[in-house]
Ligand binder design. Structure first.
Ligand code: NFS
Length: 668
């Protein structure tokens, strides 16, 4: 079959990305979009039917009833492949959390150059959750105890990881009954690897039971720790004006793109870029200053706290280099394409790796150490500035959108009631009355095999029309940002009437940007607070809410899906299913697929499904929300009941003669 080469428009809906893909073609360069067209994925591996766990394989099971050399069946092989991916995702998020906890320890002990505790209130709130004394103690003393407690969660061998105590009481009880509360973060990941070694756990349901515990070690373990410590050290996000897309790069400045995930280095690069000595150094090199921009979740971290612009999401990493205007791309961990180095060789861009865990052949390695963070950040910026003179031909797409990110659960609580009445009551009331039909969390990656940003933004826009409040994180949030959905009133005319009233009354965009992917824990916290506020059931699985990752690609996304399901959420993934099995057959190759939907739903009230068609994703989301509304005995969703208040209505009334206006408003 001849391979299908997509046009730039078929590869992405983003005009900035299209412009760069055309430039790549003109220059004879390739990107992930090109490589995705160049080879077809292995259909056996893609369906989870390939086992390469020992030296007798790889065993590729292409027919029903086949087994591997050791006798492993299709369902066992699929379950093993899936849990290994979940374990890798859980490990990645959690190791990020561990590094954050070690940084907190160093800061508490005055050993971390340049860092301070920015959010003492959050430090005290979090510490108090765990019974750490806070009265009359200095922030550093509290932080030291919290850091020790958090560091212990990773290597703990027995008991329960402490962040699970922040889940609804009923959920904790359910987890305890099912035996899935993580004992220690590392222990669950190690056990997932042990169980899937040749000749160990051969019962797919038993394997997937442990997948739940491995996912929970991420969501209610490592990721939650990462979010807490990031907020304590760098500030809990609140709305701030930002920009997104490649047009944030500047022609007359030294452009430094920070890409990856951990905020420790990027926050310090932000601080260093404002240092007068560094600015003077940049000016001496002929630039007007330093322009920082982020990619992937690093972008989200510094965007929501510092307002530093986002150059784009996952598939923008190569495209930013194609502008020719990036002096340095500074990377730490996760979602960093190896192809960056080869591509950068066609320009002057320096790829600088910084993590002791991540090196790429051909990149410059400038290792980060939190004890000397500010000095290292300045060294990195000097290297970028020195490279400014080597810049050649540049082309920066004139495309950027404004956005307002920073909707932490703390801020949502505050915005709904102010300082003295901070509460989730108005949100619960809006859902209970039907003004808001339900909530959708639309998160996750870009995938080079699907049209960049299309599924994200299509699903988002369609759900908004149906009065579904949308919260977003990760690369999905950046997709919406690029389309202008994260800005105040933008797009409110395309939002359902009830949701529009709420957005206008509270003064929020219809899509709330809640942060990076580790910050999906903020969504767990919001759901917990909604439950605790009352009126929407007594556990997360009763809330009319759905999680979606329409363009997922990473193992981290699978881990997120698993802990969301374990927390009671219905999760829909777009694109390919890693456990799809034999095409069109209901047989043993469907056991895993059925278990992670019906099986998990029976046990945890949440389920995971892979759905390719975006309209079906929307339909299933709405059906689920309506089903949950009915179970709570809430009024049936009826958009005709709303839209008679709010700014739009007032503007309409203003056009009427006085008497008619009074009649409409007061009935006389
Ligand atoms: Ni999430 Fe963030 Fe993006 Fe996907 Fe990668 S950056 S941690 S994995 S690609 S959303």
């Amino acid at each position: 079959m001849p391979k299908k080469v997509r046009t730039a428009q078929e590869r992405t809906i983003d005009p900035a990305a299209q412009e760069m893909l055309i430039r790549a073609d003109e220059l004879g360069l390739e990107t992930a979009f090109h490589r995705a067209d160049d080879f077809v994925p292995c259909n056996i591996g893609a369906a989870g039917l390939c086992c390469k766990l020992c030296g007798m394989g790889p065993c590729r099971l292409t027919k029903e009833g086949m087994t591997g050399v050791c006798g492993a069946t299709i369902d066992t092989i699929q379950a093993r492949n899936l849990i290994r991916a979940i374990a890798a995702g859980s490990a990645a998020h959690s190791d990020h959390g561990r590094d954050m906890a070690f940084t907190l320890k160093a800061v508490a002990n005055g050993e971390a150059e340049g860092y301070v505790i920015r959010d003492v209130a959050k430090l005290r709130t979090v510490a108090a959750h765990y019974g750490i004394p806070i009265q009359g103690r200095a922030p550093e003393e509290i932080a030291n105890d919290l850091a020790d407690l958090y560091i212990d969660q990773f290597g703990q061998q027995r008991g329960q990881v402490v962040p699970v105590r922040r889940a609804p009481a009923k959920r904790q009880k359910l987890w305890a009954e099912r035996g899935v509360i993580p004992r220690g973060v590392d222990r669950e990941v190690v056990e997932a690897l042990h169980r899937t070694h040749i000749g160990d756990d051969q019962d797919p349901e038993h394997i997937l039971q442990h997948a739940i515990r491995t996912g929970l070690a991420d969501g209610w373990g490592g990721s939650l720790i990462a979010t807490d410590v990031s907020d304590i050290l760098f500030g809990t996000p609140a709305p701030i004006l930002g920009q997104a897309n490649l047009g944030v790069l500047k022609t007359d400045m030294v452009n430094v793109v920070v890409h990856g995930h951990e905020p420790t280095l990027s926050e310090m690069i932000v601080a260093a870029s404002q240092d007068p000595e560094i600015i003077a150094y940049a000016k001496a090199a002929g630039a007007t200053g330093i322009n920082l921009a982020g990619i992937c979740c690093t972008a989200n971290e510094i965007l929501m706290r510092q307002g530093i612009p986002a150059a784009g999401n996952f598939l923008h990493q190569e495209l930013s280099i194609l502008t020719g205007a990036v002096e340095a791309m500074v990377v730490d961990v996760q979602c960093i394409m190896q192809a960056l180095v080869g591509l950068a060789q066609n320009f002057h861009t320096k790829i600088i790796t910084t993590s002791p865990k991540v090196k790429i052949k051909g990149a410059t390695h400038m290792q980060f150490d939190e004890h000397r963070a500010l000095s290292i950040a300045k060294d990195i910026l000097r290297a970028a500035i020195d490279n400014f003179k080597n810049r050649g031909d540049i082309r920066i797409p004139d495309v950027r959108s404004e956005l307002v990110p920073g909707f932490s659960h703390e801020y949502i609580n505050y915005m709904l009631g102010g300082t003295y009445r901070a509460s989730f009551r108005p949100l619960n009331d809006a859902i209970m009355s039907g003004r808001i039909r339900g909530v959708a969390a639309i998160v996750g990656c870009n995938n080079a095999r699907s049209q960049q940003d299309y599924l994200h933004t299509y699903v988002t826009q369609e759900l908004l029309k149906q009065d579904v409040l949308v919260v977003e994180t990760g690369c999905g949030a950046i997709a919406s940002a690029k389309l202008g959905l994260l800005l105040g009133e933008a797009g409110l005319d395309k939002v359902g009437p009830g949701l529009r009233e709420i957005c206008e009354t509270v003064g929020i965009p219809p899509v709330l940007h809640m942060g990076s992917c580790v910050d999906n824990t903020r969504i767990l916290t919001v759901l917990t607070q909604m439950v605790e506020e009352g009126g929407l059931g007594d556990d997360i699985d009763q809330v009319p809410a759905v999680g979606l990752a329409p363009e997922w690609m990473s193992e981290k996304a699978l881990s997120i899906a698993t802990y969301c399901v374990a927390s009671g959420a219905y999760v829909i993934f777009g694109g390919a299913s890693p456990v799809s099995g034999m095409p069109d057959k209901v047989s043993d190759s469907d056991i895993v697929l059925r278990y992670i939907s019906q099986g998990w739903e029976e046990q945890f009230g949440g389920k995971l499904e892979f759905v390719q068609d975006p309209d079906e994703m929307i339909q299933r989301t709405l059906e689920h929300i309506d089903k949950k509304r009915a179970a709570l005995k809430l009024p049936e969703y009826d958009p005709a009941r709303f839209g008679r208040s709010g700014d739009e209505r007032m503007l309409q009334l203003e056009t009427l003669p006085l008497e008619e206006r009074q009649a409409a408003l007061y009935g006389f």
